[in-house]
Design a protein around this ligand. Structure first.
Ligand SMILES: Nc1nc2c(ncn2[C@@H]2O[C@H](COP(=O)(O)OP(=O)(O)OP(=O)(O)O)[C@@H](O)[C@H]2O)c(=O)[nH]1
Length: 325
């Protein structure tokens, strides 16, 4: 943007300057076809001051264009003596053009026009600066700014599509590809992959007694506790309302059970600011090679159900018969 502004600032005055210069040179060439006598007649037949400025052929400028500018037109005899001079001599002239004047093919003198283009340059420069600034602002307003907003909105949408807005954890809809990737890795390197599905006990009561806002705060605090507890290679997902899933890599059933039991104890001991304990029940399953996420979660869910039935605040392992479910 800065480069465009600078280029415009330099180019516009230069173009303006060159155009005007060529125009004046062209006019002088046309005039040189008149004889000095013809020019004299034209000057005498009219008001010389007006004529010089109003006839655009002479300097290439209309009267209003010549206003505030130093313009001089002079016709010299061949011996160099001045025949006609209109306007003050610019000091110093920025442009000085001389063209020969012919009378019936015989050179009789020169036509000389000097015009200071300094005000024109200044105006051109100012206009160029305004245009460059205007252009930059327009680019900013119509291009960069909305584009940035769009990109921000896109990344926000992307984030919201993958994350749970309350806890910031991944949501269940994006977890399948991650699970499949881990499953392939486990198969390839002969590793174990396990799941821990856990759920807050009697969460309905917490909501009913303390309100939904407090219930939300409990969900957030629990997700933070769990996040701190799991390894960085594991994945924590908000699976449903008050249900969470851990995909535990390089972990067999015994290790997953230990991990689950540790998490259960951490939650049981934590202070959730509601004057009573918050506990969780957990179902643990290990994933058979090539099994789908759904199958593994169903087995962990069956185990979780047993943990709830056996009195809450405990871990249960998936049983072989859970495979059939
Ligand atoms: N505050 C809050 N509550 C939620 C959210 N999602 C689900 N819930 C509540 O979680 C409660 C779950 O209740 P239930 O399925 O009966 O389970 P429970 O009370 O935990 O009972 P058990 O599972 O047997 O321990 C319901 O009252 C839901 O309204 C949430 O995002 N915020």
């Amino acid at each position: 943007m800065v480069v465009i502004a600078l280029t415009l600032t330099i180019l516009i005055p230069v173009m303006h300057f060159n155009l005007e210069r060529h125009f004046i040179a062209g006019i002088l060439a046309t005039l040189s076809e008149y004889s000095a006598k013809q020019i004299m007649e034209k000057v005498i037949a009219r008001n010389p001051t007006l004529w010089s400025y109003e006839d655009p052929r002479f300097v290439g400028l209309l009267r209003r264009e010549a206003l505030g500018r130093q313009v001089r037109q002079a016709v010299y005899k061949q011996d160099g003596t001045l025949l006609i001079a209109l306007g003050r001599h610019p000091d110093p002239p920025t442009i000085k053009e001389r063209a020969p004047l012919f009378d019936a093919g015989v050179p009789v003198g020169y036509l000389e026009t000097s015009a200071s283009l300094e005000p024109t340059l200044r105006i051109s420069l100012t206009i160029a600066l305004f245009m460059a600034l205007g252009g930059s602002i327009a680019i900013l307003l119509f291009d960069v700014f909305p584009l940035r907003q769009l990109r921000r909105a896109e990344s926000r949408i992307h984030y919201l599509a993958e994350h749970d807005p309350l806890t910031g954890l991944l949501n269940r809809y994006v977890v399948e590809p991650r699970f499949e990737q881990e499953m392939h890795r486990a198969e390839r390197y002969g590793l174990q992959l396990s799941l821990i599905l856990f759920d807050i006990d009697h969460f309905k009561r917490i909501n009913d007694c303390f309100g939904h806002t407090k219930g939300d705060a409990v969900l957030r605090q629990l997700s933070l506790l769990a996040e701190r507890h799991i390894r960085s290679s594991d994945t924590l997902v908000r699976w449903g309302g008050e249900e969470f899933l851990v995909i535990s890599t390089h972990t067999d059933l015994t290790m997953a059970r230990e991990q689950a039991e540790k998490l259960r104890r951490i939650v049981e001991r934590a202070d959730f600011g509601i004057g009573q304990k918050v506990t969780i029940s957990l179902g643990v399953s290990t994933c058979e090679p090539r099994s789908s996420l759904q199958t593994c979660v169903d087995r962990a869910d069956a185990a979780l159900y047993r943990a709830k039935c056996e009195g809450h605040n405990r871990c249960a392992l998936a049983l072989p018969e859970d495979c059939e479910q």
